[in-house]
Design a protein around this ligand. Structure first.
Ligand code: ATP
Ligand code: MG
Length: 269
């Protein structure tokens, strides 16, 4: 594949050697792709993103990035690690893990300062990110005192501030109001149009068509149930239902109860 960034082969990972989280994952991610990782709760989406971000390493199988194994030895190499950290950014599912400074401003500046990015460019970039996310009024606040949605926006800002080529986003729209959610989707789309590779984990089928061209569905067995173009996968009701991405809705209308399958594609009234 041209411009291959990530290459995963037979990747297995368990927490504490006893809680399996990924059970044999093969995946190729090329530069500029827009990918969704779909799957029910506990199917391994967050674990997969953490592997791609070099925070954890496979028990078996391999993760390669730019043709080099992404393992502890690679990340102990300061040169590689610096390049890797400036090119790959992960927005955690839980903002409380991402945000650890005493003010929002310090959190946003932390990554660029750590990576020693050019001061003038950094200031311009950070100002743009703050304006784009509309978080200028939060800068002096403690991240831990923010609302869930505000925390998520700040988390996203900390990663965008680094301006990585590869964005890994774990449920980036969870807990956001519709307008903010739309804005985050636009940021994802725009980043991809500028050539960035974007990998988003979500179980919100609502957003998938816009934020991804290709999707991987993780099964309850923590394997890839199917991968392919998003529009193809979203048409396959049986695939979605069997992977807990579509639920059966019960509607009560006076005496009658109607039951029908429901995808998270439209808002339900
Ligand atoms: N720190 C941990 N210790 C032990 N087991 C864990 C830990 N984190 C995750 N797991 C387990 O690993 C599996 C995959 O979890 P993961 O968080 O990757 O799923 P997910 O698809 O991101 O779920 P969600 O949609 O709820 O965010 C689950 O069975 C989970 O219980
Ligand atoms: Mg998760």
């Amino acid at each position: 594949m041209d411009d291959l960034i990530f290459r995963l082969r037979a990747v297995r990972f368990s927490y504490l050697n006893k809680y399996p989280a990924l059970c044999g994952i093969d995946m190729d991610i090329a530069g500029g792709q827009k990918i969704a990782i779909l799957g029910a709760n506990g199917s391994g989406k967050s674990t997969l993103l953490q592997l791609l971000d070099g925070l954890i390493f496979p028990d078996a199988g391999s993760v390669e990035i730019f043709g080099r194994f992404l393992d502890e030895a690679a990340l102990n190499d300061a040169d590689f690690s610096g390049r890797f950290r400036s090119r790959v950014g992960l927005v955690f599912q839980n903002p409380d893990i991402q945000l650890f400074c005493s003010t929002v401003k310090e959190d946003i500046l932390f990554g660029p300062l750590q990576l020693g990015l050019d001061r003038v460019k950094m200031k311009k970039r950070v100002d743009e990110v703050i304006a784009s996310l509309g978080i200028g009024d939060l800068l002096e606040r403690s991240p831990h005192q923010l609302s869930v949605g505000e925390k998520r926006k700040v988390s996203i800002a900390t990663v965008l501030a680094i301006d990585p080529d590869i964005l890994l986003l774990d449920e980036p729209t969870a807990g956001l109001d519709p307008q903010t959610s739309r804005h985050i989707m636009d940021i994802i789309i725009e980043a991809n149009e500028k050539g960035k590779t974007v990998v988003t984990a979500t179980h919100d089928l609502h957003i998938v068509e816009e934020i991804a061209d290709l999707a991987y569905i993780l099964s309850r067995e923590k394997k890839i149930a199917r991968s392919g173009p998003v529009e193809e996968l979203l048409k396959d009701e049986e695939l979605l239902r069997s992977n807990n991405l579509m639920h059966i809705h019960k509607h009560r209308h006076k005496d009658a109860v109607h039951i029908h399958p429901h995808q998270h594609l439209e808002h339900h009234i």
